[in-house]
Design a protein around this ligand. Structure first.
Ligand code: NG1
Length: 459
């Protein structure tokens, strides 16, 4: 094929993958792919290569509900991670990254891969490989791989947009494809959710589900309660009404040590369940009390309780926290955490109904209400995020805005009238700069389809 014809074919394929994206976007993606293929050849020599992509996500509503078996509604981004791979005959994974800050890594696939220090990028790949080895046999074949998550096409890191899950999903998909494992869709997403526990956070399944099951121009309503032990879930694609844009604004503040804070929140929900089980013995997760009026639940949940008081009631917070650190000085804010989850689940269900009838005003109000609850009850906001959310909620054309992702920094998400996006961006950035001295970065979330193999060629 001539060079011009092959560029044409690549552009057509990228248009298929990313949808009716603009010319400059597709040209940029083609350049990105060309550069990554060139680097792959320099690193690993000529031969076949498969390219997988996995998108990041923004969560529209339903924060910290997934691990409580509740409801979420994320949407995939057109920002993604590319993973270029060539199969190997042995069980080694050799990983390089186009960004030199991420050093090359090698590991042997197996059921007990020793984790690297916390924060090491290869842990996400190792988590995926270990889980597949445990559940599908230890003799999986590995690959030589190259990861490309560079800006502006990559998923921003540490911003609550799930770059880590995108990497986990891309590696899992590559291993599944190369080893021809019969694992796809929701079952693969469920496996990727568990794979990520390898890095030490007890997260839920939202990020991996949206990365795999996303559809263009749709958010995904997901019920995080498995319907069967083999990991089947209820989910539904929810269209984003035309005439509105989902805008993500990055505060450019990152909290790098959210693991303990995150796990603490998980524990507070579980303590709530243990206390509620006295009146409702059948429940296993906060989701199970969704039909009981909050007023009936509230008196059963203390506002604050110490580790000592819990132990006196036969509840061991260390066992609940799993990685419990210094429980002697721990206090747990049980009531307000459970209140957030209880109301947040309702807000997600109301949001789905609002979007189905294209009632964007109601959806916008629910988004802003979710923020207040995340700030006051779940306590995951920061002064910088408050500056950004307040600016966004006051900005022209904005129907609602909230923090998105785990919290303690990162991004906010806003629903904005399509015609007002430029004014919105300008207003928010100015107001944020005036209050914090920081530069925010905004982009429209053009939703992309879920992860998969997008390209195969021989170098
Ligand atoms: P992010 O924003 O990617 O850190 C985390 C969890 C989600 C969910 C949200 C809070 C992981 C991989 N992700 O997301 O499952 O619990 O926080 O809603 O743990």
């Amino acid at each position: 094929m001539s060079n011009a014809a092959s560029i044409q074919t690549t552009m057509m394929r990228l248009a298929e993958v990313y949808g009716a994206a603009s010319e400059p976007f597709l040209e940029g993606q083609a350049r990105r792919l060309g550069e990554a293929l060139g680097l792959f050849e320099r690193l690993y020599g000529p031969g076949p290569v498969d390219v997988f992509r996995a998108p990041g996500r923004v969560n529209l509503i339903g924060e910290h509900t997934d691990y409580n078996h509740g409801y979420v509604m994320p949407m995939a981004l057109d920002k993604d991670i590319l993973l270029l791979v060539r199969p190997r005959e042995d069980g080694l994974v050799r990983l390089q990254n186009v960004e030199t800050a991420f050093e090359a890594r090698v590991f042997q696939i197996g059921p007990d891969i020793p984790p690297r220090p916390a924060g090491d990028w290869a842990n996400y790949a190792q988590g995926a490989a270990q889980l597949l080895a445990r559940e599908w046999g230890p003799t999986l074949k590995g690959f030589d791989g190259l990861v490309d998550g560079r800006p502006p096409w990559g998923v921003p890191r540490g911003s609550g947009l799930s770059s880590s899950s995108a990497l986990t999903v891309a590696v899992a998909m590559a291993l599944v494809a190369l080893n021809r494992l019969p694992l796809s869709g929701p079952r693969l997403a469920d496996a990727c959710g568990r794979a990520e526990w390898y890095v030490g956070t007890r997260g839920g399944i939202m990020d991996q589900f949206i990365s795999i099951l996303a559809q263009r121009d749709h958010a995904l309503f997901l019920d995080c309660r498995p319907r069967t032990p083999s990991g089947e879930y209820y989910y539904e694609q929810v269209p984003i009404p035309p005439g509105y844009r989902v805008v993500v604004v990055d505060s450019r503040t990152k909290h790098l040590n959210t693991g303990p804070l995150f796990n603490r929140r998980v524990a507070e929900g579980r303590i709530g369940v243990r206390l509620l089980q006295r009146a409702y013995p059948h429940i296993t997760h906060l989701r199970d009390v969704g039909d009981i009026p909050w007023e009936d639940l509230e008196p059963l949940l203390p506002e604050v309780i110490t580790a000592e008081a819990l132990r006196a009631q036969g509840i061991d917070p260390v066992a609940i926290l799993e990685a419990g650190r210094d429980p002697e000085t721990d206090v747990f804010f049980v009531r307000r955490r459970c209140r957030h989850v209880w109301y947040e689940n309702r807000r997600v269900l109301e949001s789905v109904r609002a979007l189905q009838r294209r009632d964007t005003a109601t959806f916008g109000a629910l988004i802003s209400a979710a923020h207040a609850s995340a700030r006051d009850d779940y306590e995951i906001s920061t002064p910088a995020i408050e500056a950004l959310v307040e600016a966004a909620q006051a900005a022209p054309g904005c129907l609602g805005a909230r923090i998105t992702g785990a919290g303690w920094g990162g991004c906010i998400v806003a629903l904005v009238e399509a015609g007002a996006v430029a004014d919105f961006e300008h207003f928010v950035k100015e107001a944020y700069r005036a209050r914090t001295g920081l530069e925010a970065e905004a982009f429209i979330c053009r939703s992309a389809p879920g992860a998969g193999r997008i390209f195969s060629t021989t170098l």
